[in-house]
Design a protein around this ligand. Sequence first.
Ligand code: GDP
Ligand code: IMO
Ligand code: MG
Length: 428
Amino acid sequence: MANTVLIGAQWGDEGKGKIIDVMTEKVDWVVRYQGGNNAGHTVEIGTEKYVLHLVPSGILHDEKRCVIGHGVVVDPMALVEELEGVTQRGISIAGRFFISDRAHLVMPYHRTIDEYREKKASSGNTIGTTKRGIGPAYGDKASRTGLRMGDLLDPEFPDLLRKRVEINNKILTALGAKPVDAEEILSTYQRAADYLKPFIADTIPLLNQAVRAGEPILFEGAQGTMLDIDYGTYPFVTSSSATAGGACTGSGVPPHRIDRVIGVVKAYSTRVGEGPFPTELTDAMGERIRTAGAEFGATTGRPRRCGWFDAVVARYSAMINGIDVWAITKLDVLDELETIRIGVAYEVDGQRVDQVPANVRVLEKCQPIYEEMPGWGCSTRETKSFDSLPANAQAYILRLTELTGVPVEILSFGPARESTLVLESPVG
Ligand code: GDP
Ligand code: IMO
Ligand code: MG
């Protein structure tokens, strides 16, 4: 398989982890390039269920090499815990797992600042973050006041850390939070450094060597297009580049070496946290989808907001990510519905809108214009080919491809590896 970027084309939780796991078979490397442990990627293999936050989902395949690129922000304690978790379950990581020395560190004060900013925000201004310190860590990176993975191994780390703690304690105090203790952080981070040292590397030459050797790479996006810092529903977004472009800036692999982009979408929509969501269902139908799809956050356990498929969002995602094919997940969740709706455009102040407006206050006012399609009323869980899908399910999928201008290559109708169809040639 060519070098492929796989991204979430909605608001995250599209089922990226599952599709990455399926596609890993075809590559040599899997690379995370942005986000942090705000992500929760679920992979189900037989009776085993893994939820990965920082470690690329490819780690579950023994022979594959996995990289945390420099675009990721890493909470070292969370990473150690996650690595211990996977190794205790019999997965060996030695020699095939690498962390960029340029990746920024999430520090304890980032987590507290994240929590207190949310607590202090006036009504309507909370973002509903995962409280993992992601925003403040990327903030420090952009402000050029961050600490990086490589710094952990530098003899000057204690001094660098003490200086950062001194400044951040002023911020914490102003927010009404307790100051942190530099020496305590030092001893915890030193333990993490000892554990992580063998894995910290300059991953840029490593990946470029792989490119030159023709070893295919799969880039694992976290979050989703509508949570991207630039393209999402700002300010109700995360703080990184969750779109396909982020794969280059977050890994050091140049743009002309990327061959394909796979966009993952659910057959409906979900969102966790605050912010506009035009096709949201706040009624019994929303509850029905939440229950059928087990829509509860993999990182925070929060109930996910549910709604119909939004073709305006999917078209926008296709455009800015250059999506070549769709992976459509969770088709089975719609199995029992009598009718299914698709948001095809918005209406705001009596005007039809076909693009995602930049202004979040305008987007809040957008009313979806729906098309309705009949459901199929039977299980898709055992699907073996596109043609064997119920006619109404085929029609629904084909309509999504028509509305977005992108064909479908992968269909998913259950959490397990086996409940996936990778079509030999894309349909639509
Ligand atoms: P990610 O963040 O994009 O990797 O997605 P999450 O793991 O947060 O959420 C997706 C959830 O849906 C997980 O619990 C998956 O096991 C589950 N899932 C993935 N694909 C399917 C599918 O086709 N059908 C069903 N019913 N569940 C799925
Ligand atoms: P995966 O990779 C869904 C959301 C949070 C919040 C906003 C900002 O599993 O798809 P942050 O903690 O990043 O500052 O929170 O982004 N969010 C996600 N929603 N899936 C995710 O990741 C998310 N990561 C962050 O709920 O609304
Ligand atoms: Mg998730």
